[in-house]
Design a protein around this ligand. Structure first.
Ligand code: GSH
Length: 319
């Protein structure tokens, strides 16, 4: 069954940078979508039943199919809206590299980036936000006072990551792999966006990306210019009803017994992020591969759901 763009529902909040990655991905593909503004701090009572407890943002919903984590959202958009009709996230045969390096970049740079952010604007972060991120998300105290002693380390780690990006872009290419943007560009962009969007311009100087000789600002502008697609606001209630009033799509792109660990279709499993917000989502295995997994969950109000996760970054265990 063909996916209609009006079926795409992005649950996100404005200052979520991983959401920004998906907004720009939708811009790159030139897609229209519904956009649900979720709270920056849980509870998110109409989203949690759809995700089975997965708590991070963003989440992509297509009817009763729920995609948790940008590393499954982008491959799903690529499958549902493929090249050549839509620009690809994986140009020039670079899918493996784009996926691997995007994952590595986001993992390595996330806490150091937050360390730099708090140096500039930490005093404006509300205490309830800091408490939530410590207890339910990062398990790290991101208050300005707690992060400040390690600022020199955070700065080193961020600049060391930016260094390879500068090297790659130094020959004047438009994007990391050449003429076309990729999922890797979007991953790098979103973490830099967190800083450039929220900090004074000195942040560029601190991280060595100021000045006309540096290729990063020009590259950054080219990615921002991809836009955010065409969002139409949607209420959480309407998104919930869209899941409740439909059935999950049959899974045809994965094998029922494709789990590399040998778990069969129908097995009770939990799927849990292996880094932060480690809430296990329980369900029945529908289909899997070494890159993705789909579980079925029946919610008392929302009904039958398929929840999709990437394998990299998630632990799948028999329940
Ligand atoms: N690996 C995840 C990371 C997502 C993530 O950490 N998102 C942040 C927002 S930018 C988050 O969920 N923060 C806690 C929250 O909003 O509950 C992905 O690629 O989607």
């Amino acid at each position: 069954m063909e996916t209609n763009v009006s079926d795409l529902i992005l649950h996100q909040y404005a200052f979520s940078t991983f959401s920004e990655k998906v907004r720009v991905a939708l811009g790159l593909k030139g897609l229209a979508y519904r956009c649900v503004d979720i709270a920056g701090v849980p509870p998110r009572p109409l989203l949690e039943p759809l995700t089975g407890g997965y708590r991070r943002a963003p989440v992509l919903q297509v009817g009763a199919d729920i995609y948790c984590d940008t590393n499954i959202i982008l491959p799903a958009l690529e499958r549902l809206f493929p090249a050549p009709q839509h620009p690809t996230f994986y140009p020039d045969g670079n899918e493996g590299l784009a996926r691997a390096l995007a994952f590595a970049w986001e993992r390595a740079i996330w806490i150091p980036t937050i360390g730099v952010l708090t140096h500039f604007i930490g005093e404006h972060i509300p205490p309830e936000f800091i408490k939530d991120r410590k207890e339910g998300y990062l398990y790290v105290d991101i208050s300005k006072e707690a992060m400040a002693p390690d600022l020199p380390l955070y700065r080193q780690r961020v600049t060391a990551q930016y260094a390879w990006l500068k090297t790659q872009l130094a020959d004047g290419r438009r994007f990391v792999f050449g003429a076309a943007p990729s999922a890797l560009d979007l991953a790098c962009y979103q973490t830099i966006y967190l800083l450039r969007k929220n900090c004074p311009a000195d942040v560029d100087t601190m991280l060595g990306i100021g000045g006309s000789a540096c290729p990063i600002p020009g590259w950054y502008e080219r990615i921002a210019a991809l836009g955010q697609g065409t969002p139409t606001p949607m209420s959480a209630e309407d998104a919930f009803a869209a899941a409740r009033d439909t059935k999950p799509a049959p899974v045809t792109h994965l094998l029922p017994n494709g789990d590399p660990g040998g778990l069969p279709a129908g097995a009770k499993v939990t799927v849990t992020p292996d880094d932060n917000a480690r809430v296990p989502v329980a369900g029945t295995l529908v289909a899997a591969s070494d890159t993705e997994i789909v579980i079925h969950r029946r919610d008392p109000q929302a009904g039958d759901l398929h929840i999709h996760f990437p394998r990299l970054g998630f632990d799948v265990l028999p329940a």
